[in-house]
Ligand binder design. Structure first.
Ligand SMILES: Nc1nc2c(ncn2[C@@H]2O[C@H](COP(=O)(O)OP(=O)(O)OP(=O)(O)O)[C@@H](O)[C@H]2O)c(=O)[nH]1
Ligand SMILES: [Mg+2]
Length: 858
């Protein structure tokens, strides 16, 4: 056991700080030899948890050995300050430097500072007590200014007390209670940084290196440094120097969510303890004074009441909220309600009429409601004429102010709940089954609700030939519209797919290399025969541009053999780490680079191969975690034989968020994108019945395919045309609108400059009048790429209307670019909307859908 506690090495001072000196062999990490601990700040779990960790990692263990009178630390709320907070007092009176203010009553104040352990008081105290542990050289120095930024070696004060009342001045104290302080969270800066993307401790690695992040200062550490930099983690994932500091509020959502890195480095029990401590230790709790309810900062007990009630606010963060104590309606200051929490909680001040910034002259429990709430009430059949003031109870029963009789129940009908869901308004968590039989719905509102119900899911079919880009568009949509695009399990599977792909790409290059080497040798043959005659066995030493050394050749032969036998899967995952350096070496080899330059002759090698091969070492390690971009680029992620479905809605833009939701209802509706593999659309398509209620078909064509041929020698553009024809003429799709996405515009632009579009026989009449300045967009002349796109669009439009008599909508796309996919799918939404309006489904004066004709460029 490397830890030795010497009686004379334990220091105690009035502020309950202890230091345990370590006297064992050199430690493998950065923790200082003396660690001050404020026992009041560390819960039992936190103090105990390092024990098990230290057993595994030989970390020093810090044990509490003295009992502490924690009651000493009680402080009136006005004196509680958070160490990294800048406090601005509402009143601007009596700004007092803490050092001046406190010196006279040092004992009193330092005892009372439950939260404040990082401000100038400590320095004063330090000077009084030479034996204090504070004088030790501790980088974290919670007490001596760790949470305090330093400027030129001099500690900078980040906590400023303004107008703190002295204990014996009751009047002033009361005054102070009136003028509650507003506490603004301030993020602590990391002590070191290094170059962009590197580890903050060893300065190695890049942005792709897996890292763990400090919850306080955002410092990032690689797997070799994290345990040294974060020590025994008594408050979870924080640098040693950040222990005791409050977390960065933007990271609150990740509290207690362990990373894969920690799971690998520590055992289950250790991980569990650390995550528990991280969630529950006092230093990491949301400071009550960061939460304002009805204009007043909360007291800790109010925050507890709020967080422990039967139906608490979800994901509470620092900020200003309003709370209607009668109905339980809860929202952000100046905004519509977003939740109904438990009513009658004694928290915050009284609600103000302007709490949600409504301008409807209709009031609920004293608050002027927003437009969207008014719309909901109207559609639910509540009479709102004459600017009424309603009294709404927690069960949704309502009456007009001054009247005794309940007029009805707002959330009594399923239809109202659906409407609320569409309008993003909250409903009570329990169903109001006891609602009276009041018929609140007019015929109109009923039919609108039916309509909304019908419209909640619009199906969009995504079809295209193999390689057209359908799965890229599908994945892009997932990344664009889903909060968690890929689950952990999915990522784990995708990782193996990507690693296998990397070997596949390398295999194609190695095969190509062999072919090119043979060709080169053939060309040199005549010359070589001459030399051979003169120098005997010289032929075996002939080197070409495509030759590789014997070691790489041996690996290459083995890999090609393994792949040919279909055994590639067997070498995973164990071998991936060992072979990664060889894969990288091969990729960097001049022969493979020369082969890659001729990739257009390699047929199947996709353009994304270099993206992954460039990062072979990273990608092939067992702990590689694919990023969203990696997944987007990865082939084989979306099944090529089954359907893939994605339910999504278009997120509101910042501008839309400020609008009344009823003005942009379409963006609240849900869509289902169904990707159909092209081979699944043959004669006996088993899914065909599922497509009956599809709203529209999005057909994808790769524009750069115009010069490509399939295995049977057919031009791929003609294959796309054939599939297109079979789908548009299929009876099931007869009534549907079609959007053609002409994809891979980036590749077309580049290719059309070197390979004529007329290479495809369908495009024989492409004869653009090309300006000499065509490549300069600024002078208004289209590029050859643009001309080619327009030409293809017209070709498909004519073809479509000749067969269906209808109009085809067309959009160009570069599906590796999210904005491009977003624009194409929004166009699909517009088409759906337009076709719906055309069918005149919408109703009467209550219509929420624009009747303006939609505009597209097609
Ligand atoms: N440069 C470029 N590459 C693209 C674009 N769209 C797709 N790709 C690439 O083209 C290849 C084929 O795209 P996929 O999305 O897999 O095509 P698919 O329609 O799913 O075809 P299958 O997977 O064979 O069914 C992938 O390597 C993509 O990364 C694009 O707009 N530009
Ligand atoms: Mg694909």
């Amino acid at each position: 056991m490397p830890l030795k506690m010497k009686p004379d090495s334990i220091h105690e001072d009035d502020d309950c700080l202890f230091a345990v000196e370590y006297d064992g062999p050199p430690l493998p990490y950065d923790i200082p030899r003396a660690v001050p601990i404020n026992m009041d700040r560390i819960p039992v779990a936190a103090v105990v948890s390092p024990v098990c960790i230290s057993a595994a990692m030989s970390f020093p263990v810090i044990q509490p050995i003295l009992s502490i009178d924690s009651t000493k630390k009680q402080l009136s709320r006005e004196k509680m300050v958070s160490p990294t907070s800048v406090i601005e007092h509402v009143s601007d009176s009596t700004a007092v430097s803490p050092t001046e203010e406190v010196s006279g009553e040092l004992e009193e104040t330092t005892r009372g500072l439950a939260f404040c352990d990082s401000f100038e008081v400590s320095e004063e105290k330090e000077s009084l007590d030479n034996e204090s542990v504070l004088s030790m050289d501790y980088p974290s120095s919670r007490v001596t200014g760790d949470c305090v930024s330093e400027t030129g070696g001099k500690k900078q004060q980040v906590v400023t007390f303004l107008g703190i009342a002295s204990d014996d001045d009751d009047d002033e104290e009361e005054d102070c209670i009136q003028k509650r302080t507003r506490v603004v969270p301030v993020k602590k800066q990391p002590q070191t940084k290094g170059k962009k993307g590197s580890c903050y401790r060893c300065f190695k690695g890049n942005r792709f290196t897996e890292k763990e992040v400090c919850l306080v200062c955002d410092a990032k550490y690689c797997s070799s440094c994290v345990l040294r930099a974060m020590g025994s983690m008594p408050e979870g994932r924080k640098c040693v120097s950040c222990i005791g500091c409050p977390i960065d509020e933007s990271k609150r959502g990740s509290l207690g969510k362990c990373s894969r890195m920690l799971k690998r480095l520590l055992n289950d029990l250790e991980v569990k303890q650390i995550m528990k401590t991280e969630r529950f230790c006092e230093a990491n709790q949301l400071p009550a004074e960061y939460v304002y309810v009805n204009g007043q900062p909360l007291y800790p007990e109010e925050l507890v009441a709020l967080q422990t009630c039967a139906n608490p606010p979800k994901k509470l963060k620092p900020g200003d909220y309003w709370y209607d104590k009668v109905s339980g309606l809860w929202g952000k200051e100046g905004e519509k309600p977003y939740q109904i929490i438990s009513p009658h909680l004694n928290v915050g001040g009284p609600i103000s009429a302007e709490a949600s910034n409504g301008n409807t002259q209709v009031f609920i429990n004293g608050r002027e409601i927003t437009k969207v709430e008014l719309r909901m009430l109207q559609l639910a059949g509540v009479q709102c004429a004459g600017n009424p003031h309603f009294w709404v109870n927690e069960d949704g029963s309502y009456q007009e102010e001054g009247q005794k009789n309940t007029k009805g129940y707002i959330w009594g009908k399923a239809g109202t709940k659906l409407l609320c869901a569409v309008l993003s308004l909250p409903v009570p968590s329990k169903s109001i089954s006891n609602a009276s039989g009041d018929q609140l719905h007019s015929a109109n509102s009923r039919s609108i609700l039916d309509h909304l119900e019908h419209r909640t899911l619009q199906k969009i079919l995504l079809v295209g030939n193999s390689g057209s880009g359908t799965s890229t568009i599908f994945k892009q949509a997932k990344i664009l519209y889903k909060d968690i695009p890929f689950l952990e399990d999915e990522r784990e599977n995708i990782k193996v797919i990507i690693q296998t792909n990397v070997y596949g790409y390398l295999g194609m290059l190695l095969e190509g290399r062999e072919r090119f080497e043979e060709e080169a040798l053939g060309v040199m043959n005549a010359k070589q025969s001459l030399i051979e005659d003169e120098e005997g066995d010289a032929k075996s030493n002939i080197k070409t541009l495509y030759s590789i050394g014997p070691r790489l050749k041996a690996f290459s032969d083995w890999l090609l053999k393994t792949m040919a036998a279909g055994n590639l899967g067997v070498i995973f995952p164990a071998a991936s780490r060992e072979y990664a350096p060889l894969v990288e070496e091969l990729w960097r080899d001049a022969a493979i680079q020369a082969t890659y330059k001729r990739r257009s002759e390699l047929g199947l090698l996709p353009s994304v191969a270099s993206y992954f091969l460039e990062r072979a070492i990273d990608v092939l390690t067992p702990d590689y975690e694919p990023s969203d971009l990696d997944i987007l680029y990865a082939e084989g992620v979306t099944s090529s034989s089954g359907l893939a479905c994605l339910d999504f809605s278009f997120p509101q833009t910042a501008a839309e968020e400020n609008l009344d939701p009823s003005d942009h209802l379409d963006s609240l509706l849900r869509y289902q994108l169904i990707r159909v593999p092209s081979r699944g659309l043959g004669e006996n398509c088993k899914w065909i019945d599922m497509f009956e209620d599809v709203g529209m078909v999005v057909f994808v064509v790769s524009m750069s395919d115009y010069d490509q041929v399939s295995e049977d020698g057919t031009n791929k553009m003609l294959l796309a045309k054939k599939l297109f024809e079979s789908i548009i003429t299929h009876p099931i799709f007869e009534q549907m609108d079609f959007l053609l996405i002409l994809n891979k515009y980036d590749l077309l632009e580049e290719k059309v400059e070197r390979v004529p579009l007329t290479r495809c026989e369908w495009f024989q009449d492409f004869n653009p009048v090309v300006s000499r300045h065509r490549s300069n967009n600024n002078n208004g002349n289209p590029t050859l790429g643009q001309l080619a796109f327009h030409y293809m669009a017209v070709k498909f439009k004519r073809f479509y209307s000749s067969l269906t008599g209808k109009k085809l909508f067309v959009s160009s796309s570069k599906s590796l670019d999210p904005n491009s996919v977003d624009a194409s799918l929004k166009l699909a939404m517009e088409i759906l909307k337009w076709s719906e309006e055309r069918a005149n489904i919408c109703m009467s004066e209550y219509s929420m859908y624009s009747t303006e004709p939609s505009s597209f460029s097609n």
